[in-house]
Design a protein around this ligand. Sequence first.
Ligand SMILES: Nc1nc2c(ncn2[C@@H]2O[C@H](COP(=O)(O)OP(=O)(O)O)[C@@H](O)[C@H]2O)c(=O)[nH]1
Ligand SMILES: [Mg+2]
Length: 441
Amino acid sequence: MPSSADTIVAAATPPGTGGVGIVRVSGPGAENIARQMLGSLPEPRRATFRQFNNASGETIDAGLALYFPAPASFTGESVLELQGHGGPLVVSLLVDAVIAIGARRAEPGEFSKRAFLNDKLDLTQAEAIADLINAGTSQAARAALRSLSGDFSKAVTALTQQLIHLRLHVEAAIDFPEEEIDFLSDELLQQRLQQCADAFARLQDEVRQGRVLRDGFQVVIVGKPNAGKSSLLNLLSGQDAAIVTEVAGTTRDILREQIDIDGLAVELVDTAGLRENPDRVEKEGIRRAREALRVADAVLWIQDATDEDHGTIDEPLRDGVAITVVRNKIDVNGAKPRDNAVNISAKTGEGLDALRQKIKALAGHQNLGEGAFTARKRHVHALERAAIHFATGTTALEEAHAGELLAEELRLAQHVLGEITGEFSSDDLLGRIFSEFCIGK
Ligand SMILES: Nc1nc2c(ncn2[C@@H]2O[C@H](COP(=O)(O)OP(=O)(O)O)[C@@H](O)[C@H]2O)c(=O)[nH]1
Ligand SMILES: [Mg+2]
C-alpha cells in the first residue's frame, strides 16, 4: 500500500500536566519540519537535545528530539518525536508550530492505521495496541501483549495454511477427473478435514476466552420475583448493592456489579423478576431484563427450592449460551435441591463456592493459561462464520460428493479468516476499528 501524502501531528502524551509532553509527527513532511524547528536534521534514532522553534524562529521549548527516517519507524513513514515539557500550553504550541509548517491534526488511531497500511502490523496487532492501553487487569495486559507480538495472527495464519492445503488437494482432484482420483475415499483428505475441524474448534475456544479476558464475562441473574436474585448478587459481590425485601417486585431496574473470581472479571447483572401482570415501572424493568438476557455470556436461573412454580424463560439467547439452574433457599426446611442444578442458600452462603467454580467453568476460565491472547467480538464472529463455511463444505462433500462446493466453501472460509488479520478488509471496518483508538496512537 502507498503511504499517505499528508503529514500528521498529535500529542502522544495525555492532556494535562506531566513531566514530559511528547508531540509526534509522521509523514513525508517530517524531515522538513525537523529541519525548520530544530535548525538541522538530528542523527537518525538518536536522542538529541535541541531547542524547538516555531516557523518565525521563536523558541517554544527545549528538549529531546528523535528522528526516524522512513521506513524504519512505527508508522513506516518518517517520524519526528519532540519530547518537551509536559504542560498543556507548551504541547499545544508545539502542535500548532508543526501544523503551521505543513501538517494536519491526526485523527484517532491514525498513526496505528498508517502502521497497518504500511504492513508494520496486521489488524489483530493494531487492535492489541488499543487493548493493551485499555487493559483493566494484569492478565488482560499480558494477553494483549501476546496478541501484539503476533501470537494470535500466527494461529490464524496456521489455520489459513491448513485451509489452503485442503483447497489444493480438492481442486487438484476436480481438475483431473480423467485420472479418476476418487478423492472422497482418499484417506489423506479425510485426515486433513479432521485436522482442520480440530484446529477450528481449538482456535474458537481460545478466541472466546480471549474475548472474556478483554471484555469480562457477563452473567445475568433471572428468575421469578422473590427467588433470591438480589440476595445472591449482594452475597457474590460482598456488598449491599441491591435492596432485598420479602415484597415481590422489589427490583425494578437492572443492577450491575463487577466481581473478580480468581482473576476472571465478571459482571453480574441483577434483574427485575419475570412475572405476569406487573405495574408500569416493573414492566420496563422486565423489558430491560429481557434485553440483558439477549447479550448475556451466561444465565443463572434462580429458582426458589421451596416453590414448585418457577415460570419460564423463553427469551432467545446468544449461540452457545446455556442456562444454569440455581436452586436457592436450601436452608429452608422442606426445600428441594436438585442433582442437575447448583444448590445454594443466599442466606447462609452454602453452595456459593460451587457456584463460583461453575461460573469459571462457564467462562472456560480453567484453561486460561500462559498462552492466552486477547480477542474481540469481531474475531469471535469471523471465526464462527469461517467455521460454518468449513462445516457446510464438509457436509456437501459427505452427502453429495460435491467437491466443487467444498472447494468454494473453503475459499470463503479462507476469505473470512483474512478479515481477522486484515488481509481482506473494508474501509468501513478499518474506520470502525481505528476510530476507537485515542488520538496520538
Ligand atoms: N431462607 C432464605 N431466604 C432467602 C434466601 N435468599 C433470599 N431469601 C429471602 O427471600 C426474599 C426475596 O429475596 P430477594 O433477594 O429480594 O429476591 P429477588 O426478588 O429474586 O431479588 C427476601 O426476604 C430474602 O431475605 C435463602 O437462601 N434462604
Ligand atoms: Mg430483586
